[in-house]
Design a protein around this ligand. Structure first.
Ligand code: UN1
Length: 495
């Protein structure tokens, strides 16, 4: 029997009468993973009401105590890491090492945020007047909505939830529907750690119903959304109506610049991991390989030779290099792009759905490489799958021009042994993240994460930047002179 989950509202798991349900599917086997409630606007209202009611108590809980609670969540998550990692793999399809990595990223971030409970730094600055004290303090925003994707089904929710909670907000969490089990398991851990009722609420269901109701709710002050550009734009526009703070983490078309002086075996490992890790379904995935003509043929030969022995299959088997893609929708979209690629570029490797035996039960695609010129659709649009566009260039300047000529700017990477060129690339690449001699994926949680151009609207998640996302700054002036002092007037410089 498929386990049934309710909504988690005000500390109680329950299924509303007449609720409709949906089932999540293991993309490697077609088996059901869990059954979930399709939440309604009324469910969102109840969840927001609980979060509103509980907000003053949670806000006034000392931040270090909020941190203790997060540490307890992290402790429980460590205990359950093997099982949770399996759930990630079973529901989303990434290979087990990455399923465990997803959970580890959650643990790392929750612990990092627990420490923030003893920081939440403000500023203290001098006053232009005597006997006057100027400082800032951080205050929570209120009720925040966390709307998350399926590709990091525990890590991205925790990036948002832990940061929102440590800063004193209460949360309504709407996860991607195809990884609702992972979301429910995450929420169970917060519940088990003793989070007060109403502080974290889970409403599963569609973006069109649950997501829109959250964004429209006047009592939701901040919306943190990670997902595709189209939905992100829609969330932004709807949120603007309510003058909400909308934080967006959207797509990428992340390049690796492979220079003629690169360590090729090192770059080979990096490109394979960056392009085909998580079946290419990361916002940070390497989707473009921009190669200096002097090493182009040699590197492509190395790459295709390695792919010949790159096992695609059961993601629970530790020997597997790449699992399935996450859903039938994903598979269709990627195969459509592969067809586009076949028309406009040269297919160098892969390009097919894998069939026969266990493959027939899941959504397995070959890792795929196209040789293309810059400007084709596959070289500019986000595919979000195991499809790498390789582009030949004559030198560094051209490589940077090509790298920057896309609508996105999340991650980027350069492989070179020339330290001057590496630093130039850090300066030149239009991206929120630049790696030197490392793949475009694998950001660490204690640093800001986000991008430029259509990747977002200017904010950053993770690291201390996450505190900015979820807090308001209050500016405080304390005048202890016991008289009226006038700024800009009393101590104005002599002209
Ligand atoms: C994402 O794909 O949206 O840097 C997040 C990385 C991971 C996070 C990716 N730590 O690849």
């Amino acid at each position: 029997m498929t386990e049934e989950f309710g909504l988690f509202i005000d500390g109680v798991w329950s299924t509303p009468p007449d609720a409709r349900r949906f089932t999540t599917i293991n993309p490697a086997t077609g088996e059901a993973v869990g059954s979930f409630v399709s939440g309604t606007a009324a469910d969102v209202d109840r969840a927001v009401a609980a979060a509103v009611r509980e907000f003053p108590t949670w806000r006034d809980t000392p931040a270090p105590r909020r941190g203790d609670l997060l540490l307890e969540v992290a402790r429980r998550m460590k205990e359950r890491k093997p099982e949770l990692g399996r759930t990630v793999t079973q529901e989303m399809g990434k290979v087990i090492a990455e399923g465990l990595g997803d959970v580890q990223e959650s643990i790392d971030f929750i612990e990092y945020m627990a420490g923030e409970g003893r920081r939440l730094f403000g500023e203290t600055v001098p006053s232009e007047l005597r006997s006057k004290f100027c400082l800032t303090v951080r205050q929570p925003k209120g009720v925040v909505a966390c709307i998350t994707p399926w590709n990091f089904p525990t890590a991205i929710p925790n990036w948002k939830i832990a940061a929102a909670l440590i800063t004193g907000n209460t949360v309504v969490f709407k996860p991607a529907s195809n990884t609702a089990r992972c979301a429910a398991e995450v929420v169970r851990l917060y519940e088990a750690a003793g989070l007060p009722h109403g502080v974290l609420n889970l409403v599963t269901g569609s973006g069109g119903v649950v997501g829109n109701a959250l964004v429209a709710n006047p009592r939701v002050r901040t919306v943190s959304f990670t997902g595709g550009v189209e939905t992100g734009r829609d969330v932004y526009v709807r949120g603007a109506q309510g003058l909400k703070m909308v934080h967006l983490e959207l797509g990428g078309k992340n390049p690796v610049l492979l220079m003629e002086d690169a360590d090729l075996p090192l770059a080979l490992d990096g490109v394979l991991f960056g392009a085909f890790g998580t079946s290419g379904q990361r916002c940070t995935a390497t989707s473009r390989l921009i190669v200096h003509e002097k090493v182009y043929d040699a590197f492509l030969d190395l790459l295709t030779a390695r792919l010949e022995r790159f096992p695609v299959g059961d993601p629970l088997n530790p020997a597997t290099g790449m699992g399935p893609v996450a859903s039938a929708d994903q598979e269709r979209k990627i195969l459509d792009y592969i067809e586009v690629g076949k028309r406009e570029a040269r297919l160098r490797y892969g390009g097919h759905k894998l069939t026969g035996g266990a493959y027939d039960r899941g959504f397995f695609l070959e890792p795929t490489i196209f040789e293309t010129t810059h400007g084709t659709r596959i070289s500019k649009e986000e595919i979000f799958g195991p499809v790498l566009s390789v582009i030949k260039v004559g030198g560094y300047e051209e490589a940077v021009r090509v790298a920057n000529d896309v609508d996105y700017g999340l991650s980027s990477s350069i492989y070179t042994r020339d330290v001057n060129r590496a630093f130039r690339a850090i300066h030149d690449l239009e991206a929120g993240i630049t790696y030197v001699n490392a793949p475009t994926i694998g950001a660490e949680v204690q640093l800001p994460f986000g991008g430029v151009k259509n990747t977002g609207n200017g904010g950053r998640e993770a690291g201390s930047a996450a505190i900015e996302e979820f807090s308001e700054i209050k500016t405080v002036f304390v005048d202890f002179s016991a008289k009226l002092q006038k700024a800009q007037i009393d101590e104005a410089p002599i002209a």
